[in-house]
Every structure is written in structure tokens, then in C-alpha cells.
Design a binder for this molecule. Structure first.
Ligand SMILES: [Zn+2]
Length: 319
């Protein structure tokens, strides 16, 4: 999505919001007029007084007369409110309920662009990135421990089943207790043993709590960024702004200087902002991580993450 397309989408969404608020207010007006016929009389009276006031104002002077009209207007408003309350409507039942009362969904205030435009822009960017991935397909409910062997793995002194039971519990707890200052996670283990599934399950729980979650696969996102450097700036901005970023399958991208500096930027900036990131990777060895991404990145990554070691055999190869 180019900047221009994004700008148009933002404007379209703003006008939709405005229209929705106004239509709803019109509907409510029809309901209220039906129930309280006197309201229509009062509303017409307000309009008349408004016109009268404008005339007096334009002519200049007539101070006393203007004060009298303003007093009348106040009285009409008071009666109107009382009638609404008496009929069990909220006092603001007839007012348009804008998504952003600050700019009435126009996207502008006298001070300039409204903050809701920034939020909406970020949301559209996020939706665009997340649309490439099936964020809602994986859940803790369809994560089966039956794929993991019960025999003790001599290398670890624990069975894959036991280890994964623990990891699953920790992931569930992480999702349940998620807040913007949650720790980073590093889910590591061999290919095909459920890292992405667990990361997506956390994503889907955290999304339900209305946090901004961005999920990207390392391979795809670094490829996309290098294909279109102008777009890359927007992507990075979105990754940095997410409440929770999931960088899946770190180590599958083609690594080069660009990837290393971009990854460093992401790791470092999110650490500085104290925003959690979940990394999944099949790089199970610190030396390999350092060799691939430099010491600067690997020490930051490993120093800032809770490490979850996944065990098991490739689920996709199991009958
Ligand atoms: Zn606004």
C-alpha cells in the first residue's frame, strides 16, 4: 500500500465513521420524536431562535434583545434534556456519537491533524501486514501434546511430552498475563515442533484483549522490505509500534548487511521502548546465532528474552 493509497483509505474510513454517527443520530431522532412529539416543536424553536440571533448579531447592537434570545435558547435546551431523561433516554441520545469526539471524525482539529488519524493509519498498516498470515488459525485448544513422545530424551533428561507440557503452560500464562511491558520470549527448537503454532496461539489470545499484535515471518518480511525500500520504512514503523511483535522463524531469511542492521534496529528500538517481542527460531546454539547476526545482536536478544526450549520430532513428518 503506497502512502497515497493509505491516505485515501484513512479518509474513507473517517467519512464512514462520520456517516455512521450521523445516521445513528438521525435514527435516534426519529425514535425520540415519535415518543415525545414536543421535541420536534422545541427543535424547530431552537432553529428559529438561532436564525433570530444571527440576524440580531449581523445588525449589531440589540444587546438586550440578544440576551433575551439566548435565555430562551437555554430554556429550550433545558426542557429538551428534561423530556429526554423523563422518557428514559440518555441526555445525549440525539447527539451523533463520533468515534473520535475530539475531531468529530473529521481527522482535523484547530491544532492540526488529530491523533486518531495516526492511530487509524497504524491500524491499517497492521491489518495489511497481518492479512498475509492466518493469525486466527492457531489456538492453544488445537495444540496437541500427543505429538510429543513420552520417552525420556537422554540428551535432556526429560521427555518431549513433559517439556512441551511445561512450555505450553508457560505460553498460556504469558498470553493470559500479557501487558505492554511483558518480557520478550525466545522459542527455540528444531523445525516443525510447534514454535509457530505456540506463537500464533499467544497472538490470538493477546489480540482478543485488544492489543496491537503484528505477526511476521522473518523470511517474508525481510524479503518484502528489500524488494521495496520505500515501503520498508512503513513496515519497520509498524513493527516498532506494535504492542506485541512476533518475529517468526528467525534464521530462515537470507542474511546480509541490510538484514543485520534492520534486525538490530528492531531488537534495539523495541527493547528501548520496553515493548515485547516473541522470536521463534530453529537456531538452538548461541554460537550459531552470533555467527549469523553478530555478537551485538545475539547478546541483546538472548540477554532480553525468556528462553523456552521446545523438544520433539517434526510434527509434519508424523503420520
Ligand atoms: Zn480525531
Amino acid at each position: 500500500m503506497t502512502k497515497e493509497e493509505l491516505r485515501r483509505k484513512v479518509q474513507l474510513e473517517l467519512s464512514r465513521r462520520r456517516q455512521r454517527a450521523i445516521t445513528l443520530a438521525e435514527d435516534n431522532k426519529a425514535i425520540a420524536y415519535h415518543k415525545i412529539p414536543r421535541l420536534l416543536v422545541l427543535d424547530n424553536l431552537s432553529i428559529d431562535i438561532g436564525i433570530q440571533l444571527a440576524r440580531l448579531g449581523a445588525a449589531g447592537g440589540h444587546l438586550e434583545e440578544r440576551e433575551e434570545q439566548k435565555r430562551l435558547l437555554d430554556e429550550v435546551a433545558k426542557e429538551r434534556r428534561a423530556l429526554l431523561v423523563e422518557a428514559n433516554f440518555a441526555p445525549d441520545f440525539l447527539e451523533p456519537r463520533y468515534t473520535c469526539p475530539n475531531c468529530k471524525d473529521f481527522g482535523r482539529t484547530p491544532q492540526g491533524i488529530c491523533s486518531c488519524v495516526t492511530l487509524l493509519t497504524q491500524k491499517l498498516r497492521r491489518d495489511e501486514i497481518n492479512a498475509r498470515f492466518p493469525l486466527s488459525m492457531c489456538s492453544f485448544e488445537n495444540f496437541s501434546l500427543l505429538h510429543y513422545k513420552e520417552e525420556i530424551d537422554p540428551a535432556f533428561g526429560i521427555s518431549a511430552r513433559e517439556q512441551m507440557t511445561e512450555v505450553l503452560e508457560r505460553c498460556k500464562r504469558y498470553a493470559a498475563e500479557f501487558r505492554k511491558s511483558s518480557p520478550n520470549l525466545y522459542l527455540f527448537g528444531e523445525t516443525g515442533i510447534g514454535k509457530t503454532h505456540l506463537a500464533l496461539s499467544i497472538a490470538s489470545e493477546v489480540l482478543k484483549k485488544q492489543f496491537n499484535v503484528v505477526y511476521v515471518s522473518s523470511q517474508n518480511i525481510f524479503f518484502a522490505m528489500q524488494q521495496d525500500r520505500a515501503e520498508a520504512a512503513n513496515i519497520i514503523e509498524t513493527l516498532l509500534a506494535a504492542d506485541l511483535l512476533i518475529l517468526d522463524d528467525l534464521g530462515t531469511e537470507l542474511v546480509n548487511a541490510y538484514v543485520i542492521s534492520t534486525l538490530y534496529n528492531i531488537v534495539d528500538t523495541r527493547m528501548g521502548r520496553k515493548r515485547p517481542t516473541i522470536y521463534t527460531t530453529n537456531i538452538i546454539d548461541e554460537a550459531l546465532l552470533t555467527a549469523r547476526y553478530t555478537e551485538k545482536i545475539s547478546s541483546r536478544l538472548l540477554g532480553s528474552c525468556e528462553m523456552y526450549r521446545l523438544l520433539g520430532d517434526d510434527i509434519r513428518l508424523q503420520a
